[in-house]
Design a protein around this ligand. Structure first.
Ligand code: FAD
Length: 548
């Protein structure tokens, strides 16, 4: 096929209607004279598992709305493979995620800028976080937005076990933090969530739906992009497969990949943009030799201390909790309130596990629900647990092609615990989690630890437990790294190096993960990308006094 064949011509073609793609679709189509096409492999986001916040664990394993990827066998995990769910539906992973709203540590963005990415320091990116947000809880805070498209709230009625967690943290001399999205992320406290009127606030509900009726925006669903069409080192469009047919969608101005940390490098590689020798070995014509594509893949990883109890305070299914649970269902159906309107992950802490660190290196996530050891997504019985999440892993993995067939999943190798330095902080984290759960505040709940369990007492046993249980918390990033060096895939303007008319804007461009969850940072990236694509002057950097 040539570019004369088929199809439809747009100014901007956005690949992937996930977190970033929905933001971009909204912002680029605001000007009604632009012609914008948003292409998504999945379908509409009408499934109730998506909409009801408490059903998050069911959403992330629902085959019709996820890609269902698994990692390659992990050397650092004794050869285990781990699930890597990603949303395959309008809203992408924001339609299946835990709805936790966290931006990361301000220093993380300063580090991006210090690495040469001009315009990405905290004071540069803060206005984009604020622009996207409608925070119900914070009025007049310079860190929060009112009137932005995405609703953020503090959980109104957290499970009572959260109070025990907070008390335990206080007893252990940690400090309270009521806003983890301010300048200081350290401490313990309640989390904020992307929830609106008792329903998930995904990138679709916040950004795409309000733009759907614009004549400037066309949305294609169940359409898989199989490659970017590159002619004379310029992206002129994409090839898609939809309803068993292959056709082209052409871009007069730009193609923007927003297919996520797995999808975006996968599409670049299929398009002949990547490590030349590896592409040739698979018979893919090389358009541009860019070895960084797929490299630098990394993720937040975690392990947990799990408690069980016969006390029925926690969220869970049991005979004792049946009357309360039945009322909670009615309460939700009638008023969209109560536990079903919560994302379950209601509080956490950011802590430093060693002296001398300039920022917290561990997220301590408290969950007032028993974690099942089966595949059933809802908690059966009662318990509570703490996951310890390594915020700045040293290990780096890769996305690589398994086949030139675009419908074959790529090889996903996160290289979890590949670097020995990643294990020590997690050991310290697990020990701290145990200490927290043993605090007197939890005594009324009579929990007993069933994992790691009493046999795990020394460092060696903790390390073995980590290799047996560590998994990702689903924040993969970095596989199309932004930078100014030769190994970078995109420039600080998010342009693919060496190919005109092509950008990447999603979690894959993060040079390094932030110390926190990734959805809000992806929204920020897409907001900033939209300004850069449209040639708008960026908002003035926010001047905030702080110590370093
Ligand atoms: C289970 C789970 C829980 C999480 N919990 C949280 C949380 O509580 N808080 C938080 O901040 N973050 C959370 N995250 C992470 C966060 O949601 C993601 O980092 C973020 O959504 C990534 O956005 P993205 O735009 O980069 O990619 P995505 O949202 O994944 O979007 C990529 C889109 O591209 C589409 N696509 C891919 N390939 C193609 C193709 N070839 N053709 C057409 N379309 C394609 C996909 O179907 C998808 O819709 C969680 C993630 C998971 C999986």
């Amino acid at each position: 096929m040539t570019s004369e064949d088929t199809g439809r011509v747009f100014d901007y073609v956005i690949v992937g209607a996930g977190t970033a793609g929905c933001v971009l679709a909204n912002r680029l189509s605001e000007n009604q004279s632009n012609r914008v096409c948003l292409i998504e492999a999945g379908s509409k986001d009408s499934h109730p598992f998506i909409q009801v916040p408490a059903l998050v664990a069911a959403a992330m394993i629902k085959p019709s709305i996820v890609w269902g990827y698994w990692s390659a066998p992990q050397r650092g995990l004794n050869g285990r493979t781990v699930p890597i769910p990603r949303g395959r539906v309008l809203g992408g992973t924001s339609s299946i995620n835990g709805m936790v709203y966290i931006r990361g540590n301000p220093r993380d963005y300063d580090d991006w800028a210090a690495a040469g990415n001009r315009g990405w320091s905290y004071q540069d990116v803060l206005p984009y976080f604020v622009r996207s947000e409608n925070n119900e809880a914070f009025n007049g805070s310079p860190y929060h937005g009112k009137g932005g498209p995405m609703n953020v709230l503090s959980i109104k009625r957290p499970n009572p076990l959260n109070a025990a967690f907070w008390e335990a943290m206080q007893t252990l001399q940690f400090r309270r933090n009521d806003d983890f999205n301010g300048l200081d992320t350290e401490g313990y406290g309640p989390r904020q969530g992307t929830i609106k009127a008792g329903r998930r606030e995904s990138a679709t509900t916040a950004f795409l739906r309000p733009a759907m009726s614009r004549s400037s925006l066309t949305v294609l669903t169940k359409a898989s992009v199989t490659r970017v069409v590159v002619e004379n080192r310029r992206a002129t469009g994409v090839e898609i497969q939809q309803d068993g047919e292959t056709r082209r969608i052409l871009a007069r101005r730009e193609v923007i990949l927003a297919a996520g940390t797995i999808g975006s490098p996968h599409i670049l590689l299929l398009s002949g943009i990547g490590e030349g020798a590896a592409l040739q070995a698979l018979g893919i014509p090389v358009q541009h030799d860019l070895p960084g594509v797929g490299a630098n893949y990394h993720d937040h990883v975690a392990s947990a201390v799990l408690m069980r109890t016969s006390n029925s305070t926690s969220y869970g299914i049991s005979l004792k909790a049946l009357p309360r649970g039945t009322w909670n269902i009615f309460e939700y159906l009638l008023m969209r309130k109560g536990p079903f309107a919560s994302n379950v992950f209601e509080s956490h802490a950011f802590v430093k596990t060693a002296n001398g660190l300039d920022r917290p290196d561990m997220q301590i996530v408290f969950q007032p629900a028993r974690r099942n050891q089966s595949t059933f997504p809802l908690p059966i019985g009662h318990g509570y647990n703490i996951s310890v999440v390594l915020l700045y892993p040293k290990s780096r993995g890769r996305i690589a092609l398994s086949s030139p067939d675009p419908l074959e999943a790529p090889i996903i190798d996160p290289n979890i615990l590949g670097e020995p330095e990643d294990i020590e902080p997690l050991v310290r984290g697990l020990k701290l989690a145990r200490k927290i759960l043993a605090a007197p505040a939890f005594a009324p709940y009579h929990g007993t630890e069933f994992l790691p369990g009493p046999k795990v007492e020394n460092d060696e046993a903790f390390k073995e437990y980590l290799r047996a249980t560590t998994a990702t918390v689903f924040h993969p990033a970095g596989s199309c790294r932004m930078g100014v060096d030769d190994a970078a895939v995109v420039t600080p303007e998010l342009k693919v190096r060496g190919v005109d008319g092509l950008r990447v804007a999603d979690a894959s461009i993060f040079p390094r993960l932030m110390g926190g969850n990734t959805n809000a940072p992806v929204v920020m990236v897409a907001e900033k990308a939209a300004d850069m694509i449209l040639g708008r002057t960026p908002p003035p950097p926010v001047q905030i006094a702080r110590e370093r």
